[in-house]
Write a protein that binds this ligand. Sequence first.
Ligand SMILES: [Zn+2]
Length: 256
Amino acid sequence: MLFDTHAHLNAMQYNDDLQEVIDRALEEGVSHIVVVGFDRPTISRAIELAEQYPFIYAAVGWHPVDAIDMTEDDLQMIEQLAGHPKVVALGEMGLDYYWDKSPKDVQKEVFRKQIALAKKVKLPIIIHNREATADIIEILKEENAAEVGGIMHCFTGSVEVAKQCIDMNFYISFGGPVTFKNAKKPKEVAKEIPLEHLLIETDCPYLTPHPFRGKRNEPSYVKYVAEAIAELKGISFEEVAQKTFDNAKKVFGITR
Ligand SMILES: [Zn+2]
């Protein structure tokens, strides 16, 4: 069994063939998927999918790229949805210094507000980090995010940073990049960090793993991420699948 901890089946890229994409995932042994919403339309679609499919769960949050658009109403909506039985995390949230739509100080404020909310509603958080590692670590520390913990989504940082995140009660989640030939850092982290701290994800439709790199990604491809980790660690695919599955259930508080 495989657990795709981060998928955007709520993206328009699946408008035409969502059921086929889901069927392929089930055929490949993907038994749980967390669909991540990051603005109003993607949040409502994530909730819809979680209500429609028993094996789909939702995460709700506000993306740092769009931080400048987030209103108090949006934050209240997220708080309300936190009580939904299929909502298992808040996020994705974090900092993204690659795009400059939202100024850094606005991104930081929106990030801090969502961490505070997660502590209030007692849900783990899913962190998006692009070119902002030092500030992410600082904010997680200052806000005592360890209290809820969560997931460093699509982790591409160093072993040192991974250890700092683990110390704060976060799991390290790998996506397609760990399968790329030139991805030195993710491969090092996958080798070094014990399986008990790792998760797998697709971040579909983006970051498609080898050998489909460049095409649209989908949850059935999460097996390539598990295979890459197994090869790097010199252990079986089954062991990686089982342990990352157990880890995901634990962090999201899923009992079935
Ligand atoms: Zn994402």
